[in-house]
Design a protein around this ligand. Structure first.
Ligand SMILES: [Zn+2]
Length: 82
């Protein structure tokens, strides 16, 4: 199964290849996730900026969610940053 087809990307964290926590898949799609909910304001986490990066496993669909820019996405064909 492939959710993102040829648009699937490779992910690295501090230079290490990231794999899906569920199925060990190595290809992902991404989606920006908005965080500025009332709950975040209530918890005084509004500083945590307004979005996180959802890194979605191309194989099983599990969504890994990252805050900040440590995770990098790459085109597996060209090796170029995505
Ligand atoms: Zn997976």
């Amino acid at each position: 199964m492939s959710l993102f087809g040829k648009n699937a990307l490779v992910a690295t964290i501090n230079g290490e290849v990231f794999r899906c926590l569920v199925c060990q898949g190595g290809l992902f799609g991404t989606r920006t996730i908005k965080l500025n909910t009332g709950a975040m304001e209530f918890l005084d986490l509004a500083w945590a900026n307004r979005t996180s990066l959802g890194v979605i496993c191309d194989n099983c669909g599990y969504i890994h969610e990252f805050l900040g820019d440590v995770i990098r996405m790459w085109d597996p064909e060209s090796g170029a940053p995505a």
